[in-house]
Design a binder for this molecule. Structure first.
Ligand code: SF4
Length: 317
């Protein structure tokens, strides 16, 4: 039996699996994340949440309308070979197109090399910042080039609730609006991102993965400890609250969804984002060079600019 603290119910294996699939489907329909005929690119890291996302999607969507992209960061001690193998095997079993790529292939540097450059140049930026930029950029590139209608990521309820509280505490309403499932994309170069597991607790996603056949020991990224401490503190606080008041994270995210929906709709009145003068990708309204190219210039990532066929631009700082 699996005890769901937030509902007070004890469920057998079959009912638990059924419950997760039903709730994911409900969330997809509630926010019209995608339609039956849509082609959806799944961005999978190979961990348990990825396993759950793929398994649920195979139950509710036509496999011939799915694709997979998986990215190798190039972090010492974190090669996730076993994880990536199961993604490839599962994709083949169901005839799903899969792309396995790496930071090195895409921008000329592995994560380890990027971190070394930041140390050499004395630039204060965490490895997770690079991951944030690079993953979004690479996933979007493959979705756009492959003609997909949506990108689905495996973010769970814990990820979403923590990010929402961080945005709220910072007073960053623009980000709060943008993370709403109904927020429109601000550039025709972006493929809309959806998060089907956003109302599934992390422990539920892990339990689902184990109950449906995930058999790997997850390795932890060695750079995790360098994550900004604000996120770590928000996580600790929300987990403490969840222990005392089961269901509080879910209630919080539901409330944020309701409050941020009008904000998300107002985003659609904004004009198309400008393009970065260096890489051609969308950038913020007040920038000529995107934050990623600016960062790559600050760390002296010449190979990246050589591949783009441009000179290293002057940095803003
Ligand atoms: Fe990337 Fe940070 Fe995650 Fe490591 S912990 S994989 S550096 S986002």
């Amino acid at each position: 039996m699996i005890y769901q603290r937030h509902t007070g119910r004890a469920l057998c294996r079959e009912c638990f699996i059924e419950d997760i699939v039903r709730r994911v489907k409900q969330e997809i329909e509630r926010h019209e994340m995608f339609r039956e005929r849509d082609r959806v690119l799944l961005a999978l890291s190979g961990g348990k949440d990825s396993y759950t996302l793929l398994d649920v999607m195979l139950r509710i969507h036509d496999p011939s309308r799915l694709g997979i992209v998986t990215i190798i960061e190039g972090i010492p001690g974190y090669n996730r070979e076993g994880d990536i193998e199961w993604v490839i095997r599962r994709a083949r079993e169901h005839g799903i197109d899969i792309v396995v790529t790496s930071y090195k292939e895409e921008v000329g540097y592995s994560m380890e090399e990027l971190v070394n450059l930041t140390i050499e140049k004395g630039v204060r930026v965490t490895p997770c910042t690079f991951c944030g930029f690079l993953r979004r950029r690479i996933i979007n590139k493959y979705a756009r080039e492959g003609g997909y209608d949506r990108v689905a990521t495996a973010h769970n309820l814990d990820d979403e609730a923590h990010t929402a509280l961080m945005n709220l505490l910072r007073g960053d309403y623009a980000r709060l609006a943008q993370m709403h499932p109904k927020a429109p994309v601000l550039s025709k170069l972006f493929v809309k991102k959806v998060k089907p597991l956003r109302k599934i607790y992390e422990w539920e996603s892990a339990a689902y993965a184990w109950l449906t056949g995930y058999g790997f020991q997850e390795t932890e990224c060695p750079y995790l400890r360098l994550r900004p401490s604000f996120r770590a503190r928000v996580r600790a606080y929300m987990y403490e609250l969840e222990r005392e008041v089961p269901g509080s994270m879910l209630k919080f995210l539901e409330a944020i969804d309701r409050l941020a929906e009008p904000l998300a709709r107002s985003v659609s009145r904004l004009p198309e984002l400008p393009r970065c003068e260096v890489c051609g990708e969308p950038t913020s309204y007040n920038r000529r060079v995107c934050a990623f190219c600016d960062l790559m210039a600050r760390i002296g990532a010449e190979e990246y600019f050589r591949r783009l066929g441009t000179k290293t631009p002057a940095t803003r700082t």
